[in-house]
Design a protein around this ligand. Structure first.
Ligand code: ADP
Ligand code: MG
Length: 240
């Protein structure tokens, strides 16, 4: 579903990604971890065309992201993305946040978009909040809305970039529960997270990045039981 082939990217003289390759199969859940600044966010932003890269190729369901050209908006709508800071539109109600892109990108009618939005709000347990504005919701609720908003587009892949790291500890669980359900329903997911409990329970594979390189890419059990690189051993020792 996602094929990342020999991606390299630099900002001027600074090499942010070096020869990164991996694949994510349909229904697979891959957790990406590694120290701050190692290139995790940059790598997943490359997957939905939010960041250009200078070398290599990324295919999403067979379509090349780099030369998607006029089909980039369509490709992006198929790749749901959830960020650390929810990025809901603060001046729109929750339901309007959920319907905006459905109407503008997918050309759904208002009735159709609202119907879909309400179904997804129900799925994340927030039906009662539909008319509120984002500022009236807790961080955990806002992040669940952000996930519902991405799902409204019927994505074939979901990307998460540290979706729980801006949350108060008591709200982390409710967001991870929604992600876990999504994984169990067979969604293809690439998740940057340091929630190693989630990785152990839900991931199929773990990718460890350091200084712009994919240092480890292994089945989760191997990764946790026998991290091969010293950097991953140190990283795990610090966060577990
Ligand atoms: P991570 O998500 O693993 O913390 P990032 O992908 O955000 O890492 O960043 C990787 C590196 O690229 C960092 O050293 C960061 O400072 C650098 N970087 C990110 N965006 C830019 C930019 N627009 N210009 C220059 N350097 C950048
Ligand atoms: Mg990051």
């Amino acid at each position: 579903m996602i094929q990342i082939d020999h991606i390299s990217k630099h900002y001027g003289a600074f090499q942010v990604l070096t020869d990164c390759s991996t694949t994510v199969s349909k229904g697979e859940v891959v957790v990406v971890c590694g120290p701050s600044g190692s290139g995790k966010s940059t790598l997943i932003k490359c997957v939905n065309g939010l960041e250009p890269f200078q070398a290599g190729r990324i295919l999403v369901n067979g379509t090349s992201v780099g030369d998607a050209g006029s089909s980039l908006p369509k490709l992006r709508s198929q790749v749901g993305m959830v960020f650390q800071h929810f990025e809901l539109f603060p001046h729109l109600s929750i339901i309007d946040n959920l319907t905006l892109a459905q109407k503008h990108v997918l050309k759904r009618s208002t009735a159709e978009a609202v119907d879909k939005g309400m179904k997804l709000l129900e799925r994340v347990g927030l039906t009662a909040q539909a008319a509120k504005s984002p500022g009236q919701l807790s961080g955990g609720q806002q992040q669940r809305v952000a996930i519902a908003r991405a799902l409204c587009m019927d994505p074939i892949v979901m990307l998460f970039d540290e979706p729980t790291s801006a949350l108060d500890p008591e709200m982390v669980g409710e967001v991870l529960d929604v992600m876990t359900e999504l994984a169990q329903e067979g969604m293809t997911m690439m998740c940057v997270t340091h929630e190693m409990g989630f990785a152990r329970r839900v991931a199929d594979r773990v990718i460890f990045m350091d200084a712009g390189r994919i240092v480890e890419d292994r089945p989760k059990q191997d990764f946790f039981d026998h991290p091969a690189s010293e950097r991953a051993q140190q990283f795990l020792a610090r966060i577990l």
